[in-house]
Design a protein around this ligand. Sequence first.
Ligand code: GDG
Length: 480
Amino acid sequence: MTQAQLVVVANRLPVDRVVDDSGEPSWRRSPGGLVTALEPVMRRADGAWVGWPGQADVDVDPFEFEGTHLVPVRLSSDDVEKYYEGMSNDTFWPLYHDVIAEPRYRRVWWDAYVRVNRRFAEAAAAVAADGAEVWVQDYQLQLVPRMLREMRPDLTIGYFHHIPFPAYGLYSQLPWRRQVLDGLLGADVIGFQRVADAGNFARAVRRVLRFDTRSTGISVPNPDGTTRTALAKAFPISIDAASYVELAQRPDIQARAAEIRRELGNPRKILLGVDRLDYTKGIRHRLKAFGELLADGRANVEDVTLVQVASPSRERVQAYMQLRDEIELTVGRINGDRDTMGHTAIRYLHQAYPREEMVALFLAADVMLVTALRDGMNLVAKEYVAARVDNRGVLVLSEFAGAADELPSAVRINPHDIDGMKDAIMRAIEMPPAEQGRRMRALRKRVMEHDVARWSRSFLSALDDAKAAKRRSDARRASA
Ligand code: GDG
């Protein structure tokens, strides 16, 4: 049985199951940034990755994949419905994104969440070597740190929260607010996207559990009456920036960008939105602003086109079905009112594209619209910036996306302020090349220097420090 020195625990394994023409199933690395960031680390550390393979009711044995030991966790279709679609995506997701949609609190979902979190914790406990480090990812697994600590007190445990942590006034709605904080505090290092998220978490801990917090340290009582300090701090995630540069420099992708412009009828300016179709992303607000600019005559379809890629997401959750209907109604209305035979107002694409096509779109887009109402980070903003090797293009960025903390040279907007957003879009459309260049160079400097490898290094080095501190305190206790 494999015993790993570093174990990643995430809802999904870093691979997708694909079936070739002859019907043979195999595994393909999934494209995400987390996977790219951790791959070299996992190879070096003899790492293991615990996660769901993505299909319900399927048993898969542990297997090796590109230097990583993969440990599949089985989910039944009932688990998927209650733990994943229910508790994770219909309770935690809306609650943690400031109740943009109404969270549903269902006790049967919570029971499934506890049960499935325990299954992940058991799988991690079984594969971790003595004294290993375990890194738990995201809101689907908030109880795993505590469960794992109880099963395996020798481990050093980290947790990273990819989405926002809300203000206490909202968090306090959660019927299981105490259990979730206790679950997270099983970790030695708890990472957040923004300083504000870490602050909200510490405040919730003070209010609900009455533990002392000081700067980034939280005093957590041990079962034996002593206390330990958990670190709760911002570690803003990033992208594999170099790989975007590489794609953006490829002649075939640059040619495709030019072709996209031609296919759209050579508008003077192309605006672009790329999002999972999710109510947190502010797609409706963006459409409203753009629709009004056309109606006011400040922009016209011969001149300006908005390309909106809305990749399919969580299609079995009610709120997402409704959102899709609303967006498609709005797009249909605007296009119906404004299109000409040769030009469209909004080219709406409810599809997922390969990364090459995404980068071609980034290169074709004069203005990138990131109008999230709430977003942990928003990697699309960073991907656009990394792809603009020509130092051109304008990023319009919501102050409610985590990325806004790091990217002050973007054109900043409050997506709730439709007039403000319209002015910002016009400013972006009309921005002179010299100003575009100044801003884009500053944005690129930040993204190129703070890439995802740096993010994982900095989190893992905090985990190493926690491990060293733990060894010292274990030694002290043994000699006392
Ligand atoms: C969560 C948090 C946080 C999208 N459509 C296509 C496609 N994408 C890619 C993007 C980007 C990723 O998916 C989306 O990442 P975001 O960060 O923008 O948003 P979430 O999915 O909500 O991610 C977020 C993130 O976790 C990391 O911590 O930043 O705040 O909500 O990489 O490019 N990629 C391809 N085709 C598509 O159609 N290839």
